[in-house]
Design a protein around this ligand. Structure first.
Ligand code: GNR
Ligand code: NI
Length: 173
């Protein structure tokens, strides 16, 4: 396993639409392994492949955050698709490893039903609510090049973008 670099704003790759995975190859398994190591190290509760610069529709998630925490439950979701979303909305303070140290409340459907493939190539349907619902929506957004700041006011979004663009410029000088 290896920790991979997590790309951050304003990296344009974050706006790519990731490609479906046709079959679970050794390379895909290695990607998932590396993403878990990267996610636990960060630490984060979810990671989309594009965050490690791989434009494939693969997500790792563990709502327990740390690998050694009790209740740790590593999950892999391949080619996930939202099938239905509740009318009911819920608000969570979201963060993103690709937008470090920035947190804002985002309103999303409180419950979603979604379909995905696992590492054995088996297709499942599952219901999510609470933090799980928020996280799966946040990660599926990444696969479509969408970031949580896209749900904020233009003023807030522009402010964040500017801050990260400045930081990148300074780091590159
Ligand atoms: O670690 C993460 N925490 C989090 C908190 C609230 C809503 C979504 C998330 S996902 C984030 C990791 C990440 O950036 N995944 O793409
Ligand atoms: Ni994110």
């Amino acid at each position: 396993m290896a920790i991979r670099e997590i790309i951050v704003l304003p990296d344009k790759q974050l706006r790519l639409v990731s490609k479906p995975i046709e079959s679970v190859t050794a390379e895909v398994r290695k990607l998932a392994d590396d993403m878990f190591e990267t996610m636990y190290d960060a630490p984060g509760i979810g990671l989309a492949a594009i965050q490690v610069a791989v434009p494939l529709r693969l997500i790792t998630m563990d709502l327990a955050k740390k690998e050694d925490e009790t209740g740790a439950k590593p999950r892999v979701f391949i080619n996930p698709e939202i099938l239905s979303s509740s009318e009911e909305l819920s608000v969570y303070e979201e963060g993103c490893l690709s937008i470090p140290e920035y947190y804002e409340e985002v309103e999303r459907p409180a419950q979603v039903r979604f379909r995905f493939m696992d590492l054995d190539g088996k297709v499942h349907e599952e219901d999510a609510d609470g933090l799980f619902a928020t996280c799966i929506q946040h990660e599926i957004d990444h696969l479509n090049g969408v970031l949580f700041v896209d749900y904020l006011s233009k003023l807030k979004r522009d402010r964040v973008l500017k801050k990260f663009t400045k930081q990148a410029k300074r780091a590159g000088e």
